[in-house]
Design a protein. Structure first.
Length: 117
């Protein structure tokens, strides 16, 4: 155990597959839940859901819900993100021929025009 930034002692618990299951730092007690395919399914704090996740058949995260806000993610066959969406916000990505290098990235927030980065 270590001292955690004035919060108290820090401890970690792992399961038989060495996945983090529980993190405690003083009064903070977070627990992670995994589905049978070893994908992170959710994080809870004192029994309350903080985050939840959904995955496609290929194991890519397709949805993330946090604080009553749902994020959707779309992937290409090369396992690269194509887009992310949330209420009032979206991002999209296109890639050039160099693996992993985004060609363009655009963001739209609350009806404002796309910005190129």
């Amino acid at each position: 155990m270590q001292w955690g930034y004035g919060w108290g002692e820090v401890s970690f618990e792992h399961d038989a597959l060495d996945r983090l299951r529980r993190f405690q730092m003083g009064p903070l007690d977070l627990r992670q839940h995994h589905e049978s395919w070893q994908h992170l399914q959710g994080i809870t704090f004192v029994g309350l859901d903080l985050c939840s996740y959904a995955h496609n058949a290929r194991g890519r995260m397709t949805q993330r819900e946090r604080a009553d806000r749902l994020y959707s993610l779309c992937w290409d066959s090369a396992r690269r993100p194509l887009s992310t969406q949330a209420p009032g916000q979206s991002e999209s990505y296109r890639y050039c021929q160099i693996p992993g290098m985004p060609l363009t990235h655009s963001t739209a927030c609350h009806g404002w025009p796309d910005r190129r980065a």
